[in-house]
Design a protein around this ligand. Structure first.
Ligand code: PLP
Length: 353
């Protein structure tokens, strides 16, 4: 720390991203990326856009907004694109949060970090024993709420009707539903936005849309909410989406069928993985995301993480007491998961359960 660091940030505890080794030595099942590359067409669009990088990008993201509006049946001014969905989550903290913000005690680690850097007090509501969210804890609490749906790292999905109860009962506060993993078998809350002026739904191109490295996310909500978020964006970084990412995103949205079929493949492989994990003595949640959240009955979470790493497979372990027995394992290709299973057979197969 330098002597110049602002007093405001002396205690900053930044988000810790999963390991991102660059040597290609590992099967990477630790940060929930898609195992499939972006479509050839979208990559070509991005390469063409590179030829005009001497010009600033379109701050309104016009071609992206137009396509997404058609796809999600919303108006253009009900959409804001951002540099990853992390950026819109931060914008939501900046734009809407003065008093206490609420989120589950086990959820996406960035909510806490955004609260802290924006000096917003927060309250973490414990999940139930089975890691599910108790909807009653969020009814009529008159606080801004952030919920990942499906939740991470548990993968558990809240129904649209349960999410709606939370949104409806807190009309004086903003409820952010973070749908980073909604495309793997969940039902989106986007259909509710015309009914509730306090609902912001966020999604990302990082998981289901094979573009984590391009950094593209978006939020959908009523136009007043989006206007507020836009005011923040234009106060921070008007050109937040670069031209190559914009072009890539357009190509991805033109190829919705490719996205859908990749998601179906991931869902199938997820269910295959669950069946194999059960056979090997694991317990796991009923994840509806592109990962499973599992613990072995005899091998500890950290030990399993380390043994897998020795064997060339990276998964995500969180050193948090409530979930230290677990690992979050991204669903890769079928072949990658077969490698995982055979490696787990070696590590855990002989253990008494
Ligand atoms: C991955 C993830 C995000 C954001 O990812 P971006 O790459 O910034 O779009 C947001 N919320 C959750 C719960 C995530 O897992």
């Amino acid at each position: 720390m330098s002597k110049f660091l602002s007093k405001r940030h002396q205690d900053l505890a930044p988000y810790t991203p999963g390991e991102q080794p660059r040597d290609g030595k590992y099967i990477k099942l630790n940060t929930n990326e898609s195992p499939f590359p972006p479509s050839g067409k979208s990559v070509e669009y991005a390469a063409n856009a590179a030829k005009k990088l001497n010009l600033y990008s379109d701050p309104e993201c016009t071609p992206l907004v137009e396509r997404l509006a058609g796809l999600y049946n919303v108006e253009k001014d009900e959409i804001l694109f951002t540099n990853g969905s992390d950026e819109i989550l931060n914008f939501a903290f900046i734009a809407f949060c003065d008093d206490t913000v609420v989120f589950p005690n086990i959820t996406y680690g960035f909510y806490k970090v955004f609260a802290e850097i924006n000096n917003v007090p927060y309250e973490e509501i414990p999940l139930k024993e089975d890691f599910s969210i108790d909807v009653n804890d969020y009814i009529g609490i008159n606080k801004n709420i952030f919920i990942a749906n499906p939740n991470a790292p548990t993968g558990l999905l809240l129904s649209v009707s349960d999410a709606e109860k939370i949104v409806r009962s807190n009309p004086g506060n903003v409820v952010v539903i973070d749908e980073a993993y909604i495309d793997f078998g969940g039902e989106s809350c986007v259909g509710l936005i015309h009914k509730y002026d306090n609902l912001l739904v966020t999604q990302t191109f990082s998981k289901s849309r094979s573009a984590a490295g391009a950094r593209l996310g978006f939020g959908i909500g009523q136009r007043e909410l989006i206007a507020d978020l836009n005011a923040v964006k234009y106060s921070v970084n008007p050109y937040n989406i670069n031209s190559m990412t914009m072009a890539l995103g357009v190509g991805i949205l033109e190829d919705e069928e490719y996205t859908r079929s990749n998601c179906r493949a991931v869902e199938e492989t997820r269910e295959y993985t669950k069946a194999e994990l059960a056979r090997l003595g694991f317990e796991f949640t009923d994840s509806k995301a592109n990962f499973v959240f599992a613990k072995h009955r005899a091998v500890g979470g950290e030990e399993l993480y380390l043994r897998l790493k020795e064997n060339g497979i990276l998964v995500r372990h969180f050193s948090v007491p409530e979930i230290e027995d677990y690992n979050r394992i991204t669903i890769g290709t079928k072949e990658e998961m077969q490698r995982l299973v055979s490696t787990l057979e070696k590590i855990a197969g002989g253990k008494k359960i």
